[in-house]
Design a protein around this ligand. Structure first.
Ligand SMILES: *[C@@H]1O[C@H](CO)[C@@H](O)[C@H](O)[C@H]1NC(C)=O
Ligand SMILES: *[C@@H]1O[C@H](CO)[C@@H](O)[C@H](O)[C@H]1NC(C)=O
Ligand SMILES: *[C@@H]1O[C@H](CO)[C@@H](O)[C@H](O)[C@H]1NC(C)=O
Ligand SMILES: *[C@@H]1O[C@H](CO)[C@@H](O)[C@H](O)[C@H]1NC(C)=O
Ligand SMILES: *[C@@H]1O[C@H](CO)[C@@H](O)[C@H](O)[C@H]1NC(C)=O
Ligand SMILES: *[C@@H]1O[C@H](CO)[C@@H](O)[C@H](O)[C@H]1NC(C)=O
Length: 463
């Protein structure tokens, strides 16, 4: 129902697909080399009908996904871990079963094989949300909004053990730059609920954040400024508590406000249901995630050399461009908006260095070229709205790709830069992301399959 109505109200150039991954894990310690030659029969498959047609990004004439080799579905990926009872420290006094909704979601979003590939876009935003919700659960019986260091150490360890027991990557602290101290918000002077509610206009905060609109929050933020305002209030409200301890000004100030934001998040988690809080935090993270290009483009001198001269030959220019982009994309999944940011950023670098022609167009560079590549010809861009990894025992592990990745990368120009205001397009997203589950249980799907060949994963699953 949901998928068919959203499908019919938006004339789509963009397809959402459920992507089922059969991921091959190799024990090797290397990060995968994208030049790995693969037998087509090793493919990593992916095939399932589209679950809706949306039109999230309106750039340039759309190009329908070319789908050269529809194949019959292969068996989906089933995680081969078995969950077990974690060994806990016994020093973290929290009813973890009350947090199972958030913990289960986090474990699947950070599942062993996929966590490194989706760290910034799926796993870490969800882990951060869990941290906030955990802090609130811990504190609610104790009039506090953050943990002391000793409890934080124990609880952090317990949380990681529980996640690992449910199949999450054990590398989360490194992937997400997370430490026990993230649970303490040590620098914020206000941590007890009573003082918090005295200082902060709580009704205003609740109004702004109780239901965060995923379509508007990134462009016309309502909750984010309310959180910032509350954080600034409590950070100065307790300023005198620093007494004479002379922490140098600006750096400490940033820490204080940032830790106070953690306290505000914790308070919100206490007031909202786990589901509401989780989805609010994921939207807020999504706004941050989509603003940046996660790839680093160092001096593209090889491309400039091959492409800057009017006399340069197209094949050598395109070869240089493809090879450069191939080495930049870091075998991570990016969102469609991140890919646009990357294309724009890199294009501007090239223009500054003297490349005048639209070499994206000349060389058929698509947005998906900035994402993890499978077989060098297909990619998967995640949607800009928060996405989760889904697991069920009939479809295996899946997440939703946005096959707008076959649209051409926009070459920056004065006019396209203007139309690339990332807000306007965000507005055209469907009001509710269709969950892969509801999509797959629907009856109105058309049977188009897409093949994403094997991503040969040689993940570094460390310690
Ligand atoms: C899971 O897969 C990995 C890599 O293929 C293998 O080393 C491990 O033994 C498997 N575990 C189970 C429980 O099958
Ligand atoms: C822990 O939480 C669960 C679910 O909310 C509840 O059923 C259970 O009684 C709680 N256990 C304790 C010891 O409070
Ligand atoms: C409750 O707070 C007190 C004082 O802040 C602290 O000493 C105690 O350990 C806390 N209790 C729990 C269960 O964290
Ligand atoms: C956790 O703490 C580290 C260092 O203390 C910081 O860099 C990181 O941003 C924090 N993470 C979150 C989600 O606050
Ligand atoms: C709290 O904020 C609301 C606006 O959202 C305002 O009407 C109200 O007066 C504020 N309360 C206090 C005590 O400042
Ligand atoms: C799938 O999971 C459900 C509940 O977790 C279980 O009852 C069912 O037997 C499972 N099906 C298969 C095919 O494993």
């Amino acid at each position: 129902m949901e998928s068919s109505s959203s499908g019919s109200c938006v004339q789509g150039t963009v397809y959402h697909w459920i992507v089922l991954f059969a991921v091959w894990l190799c024990g090797s310690q290397h990060v995968l080399s994208q030049k790995t030659t693969l037998e087509p029969k090793d493919k990593f498959l992916l095939s399932d009908p589209p679950i809706g047609l949306f039109d999230p990004i309106e750039i340039s004439p759309s190009v329908l996904p070319h789908n050269p080799n529809p194949v019959e579905p292969l068996s989906p990926m089933y995680p081969n871990y078995t969950s077990y009872d974690p060994v806990l420290t016994g020093k973290c006094h929290v009813n973890f079963s009350a947090l199972s909704y958030t913990i289960d979601k986090t474990a699947s979003d950070c599942s062993i094989p996929l966590a490194p590939l989706v760290a910034d876009v799926i796993c870490c935003p969800q882990v951060n949300s869990l941290m906030n919700i955990f802090q609130a659960a811990y504190g609610s019986g104790n009039d506090t909004l953050a943990l002391n260091q000793a409890s934080a150490n124990a609880c952090f360890s317990d949380i990681m053990s529980i996640l690992a027991s449910k199949g999450a990557n054990t590398n989360i602290p490194e992937l997400c730059t997370l430490r026990p101290s993230n649970l303490t918000d040590a620098a914020c002077p206000v941590k007890d609920i009573a003082s918090f509610e005295k200082i902060v206009n709580v009704s205003k905060l609740i109004d702004a954040c109780s239901s965060v609109d995923p379509l508007k929050e990134c462009c016309r933020p309502v909750c984010q400024p309310a959180i910032a305002e509350a954080a600034i209030h409590i950070s100065s409200g307790g300023a005198n508590m620093f007494g004479s301890s002379s922490i140098p000004g600006s750096v400490a100030g940033i820490d204080v406000v940032s830790d106070c934001k953690g306290v505000v998040h914790s308070w919100l988690s206490m007031k909202l249901s786990s589901e509401e809080a989780n989805s609010a935090f994921r939207v807020l993270s999504g706004c941050k995630v989509n603003k940046v290009c996660p790839l680093e483009f160092d001096e593209p001198s090889s491309v400039v050399k091959a492409c800057a001269k009017a006399s340069s030959s197209t094949p050598s220019c395109c070869a240089a461009l493809h090879s450069y982009i191939g080495t930049r994309q870091k075998q991570i999944f990016v969102t469609n908006l991140q890919a646009i940011n990357c294309a724009t950023m890199f294009g501007s670098m090239l223009q500054k260095a003297g490349v005048v022609e639209d070499i994206y167009g000349l060389c058929d560079i698509d947005l998906k070229d900035f994402s993890l590549q499978a077989f060098g010809q297909q990619g998967c861009l995640l949607r800009s709205l928060p996405t989760d990894i889904e697991f069920d025992n009939t479809t295996g592990i899946s997440f939703t790709c946005d096959l707008s990745d076959n649209i051409a990368a926009p070459w920056p120009s004065s006019s396209s830069v203007q139309s690339l205001s990332l807000c306007a397009p965000e507005m055209s997203l469907p009001a509710l992301p269709v969950s892969p589950k509801s999509g797959s249980s629907g009856t109105s799907r058309t049977g188009i399959g897409v093949l994403l060949p094997l991503v040969f994963l040689t993940t570094t699953i460390s310690i």
